[in-house]
Design a protein around this ligand. Structure first.
Ligand SMILES: [Zn+2]
Length: 304
């Protein structure tokens, strides 16, 4: 079976408080339908429904301080309690101590060695590659895991050819912020359909969505709600075109942030482990899973 892993940076399970939590503020019909009418909140987990399971996962892993992206993503990619290993939560980009774990074997390298097809579905703009090549930019944990496994990062050409997706799903950032006025533009539903199509080419594919963490740092409810509206429609387009018999969709995060706009910092909230697919695959994946270290073995169980 295949796995599509939608990684949402900085999304915890928060309080049912529409003043501070965009997930409490907004209606997300697709997501709520999957969760038996519930919103993506702390009180909604655990939940096992017809097509989806929601778990509440510990991201703090027994280490003091607020969870950070480099160590959190390294845990997801290696199954190792990296913050315990280096003695702190660290981020956003990996330092040499975190990078050591990522260079020593991740989901991407392990699956590739086992002749499974793995990919990161995001497209990166030319200036990203320029700043990496010139040493101005460090890879964040996920692209580091991908490139060190010998896999390519998708480019502008891949985006234009429909072989990769914009980090905001719909291509608005490429047209606006990046200035590629002819970049492909998708509706959120089309982006969801595209995600299903791309996932079908691989045994394991990951899509990294960072706007959620950004929304948390910005503390802007209106902007956060706009992102969630897009995400819910992407999810709608995706599950409409997803065959539960052929694979599992996993949505999880590295740490809390967006669910509490009263602080611009990360939070120590539990994070969602949302599984969409057949009840057998969900049960296999969810068995014993209560913190971020179990995502790695869950993925290997399904894909391996
Ligand atoms: Zn952050």
């Amino acid at each position: 079976m295949r796995i599509l892993f939608i990684f949402l940076d900085g999304v915890g399970l928060g309080a049912d408080n529409p003043e501070i939590n965009p997930f409490a503020h907004v209606e997300m019909p697709t997501l709520q339908n999957l969760l038996g009418g519930q919103k993506l909140l702390a009180a909604s987990a655990p939940y096992v429904g017809e097509r989806a399971t929601l778990l509440s996962l510990d991201a703090s892993l027994g280490v003091n301080g607020l969870p950070q992206s480099a160590t959190g993503q390294a845990v997801l990619l290696t199954g190792i309690n990296v913050p315990a290993g280096i003695g702190e939560h660290y981020g956003p980009k990996p330092n040499p101590a975190v990078a050591k774990y990522l260079l020593n074997g991740t989901l991407f390298s392990r699956l590739t060695k086992a002749n499974k097809k793995a990919a990161l579905l995001n497209a990166y703009p030319p200036r990203y590659f320029d700043s990496v090549d010139s040493g101005k930019r460090l890879y964040s944990a996920i692209p580091l895991a991908v490139t060190s496994a010998g896999l390519p990062l998708f480019t502008k050409e891949d985006l234009y050819a429909g072989n990769a997706l914009s980090a905001d799903f719909i291509g608005a950032g490429w047209r606006g912020m990046l200035g590629f006025h002819d970049a492909p533009q998708l509706t959120p539903r089309q982006a969801g359909k595209k995600l299903a199509e791309l996932a079908r080419r691989f045994d394991f594919s990951l899509f990294e969505y960072w706007a959620s963490d950004y929304a948390g740092h910005k503390q802007d409810m209106k902007w956060a709600v706009e992102q969630l509206n897009v995400f819910d429609d992407v999810l709608g387009g995706l599950i409409e075109n997803w065959n539960d018999g052929e694979g599992l969709i996993l949505v999880t995060s590295d740490h809390g942030n967006m669910e509490d706009l009263s602080t611009r910092r990360h939070t120590d909230a539990q994070v969602p482990g949302l599984l969409i697919g057949s009840s057998e695959a969900r049960a296999a994946f969810a068995s014993g899973l209560n913190n971020l270290t179990g995502i790695y073995s869950g993925i290997l169980k399904i894909v391996g």
